[in-house]
Ligand binder design. Sequence first.
Ligand SMILES: [Zn+2]
Length: 133
Amino acid sequence: MSLGCKALKADGQPCRAAPLRGSDYCYMHDPAKARERRDARHRGGVNRRVAKHSAAPLKVTIETGKDVVKVLQAAINDALRLENSHARARTLGYLCDKAMRALELGEISARVEALERMLSEDEDGNGEGSDGM
Ligand SMILES: [Zn+2]
């Protein structure tokens, strides 16, 4: 009769949770339950965790560069909540790079739109239709 789960936790300490009947491991560590755990996570555990810790909306519609920037901002905010690590630093670097690009593209397209407006105003009155593009 074992006293507790035989697995080690992520920090290397023994788990010591109550083992399942007929097993040396608790529900979280029993290799025989791996598939069941994965399915349970898939069904809702992940969504619940995201909803609890994430600033990101669970569903987005991307129509403009601003929408992309919003998603990136939410992802950056999520990453900032994580414990510091090389992986977090890499993720933040990557997301910031993408955010920069989205912001630059948004700025460029705003300038192009402004130029197009100026051009179409110039062409007003000459009788030619100028739908452009
Ligand atoms: Zn355990």
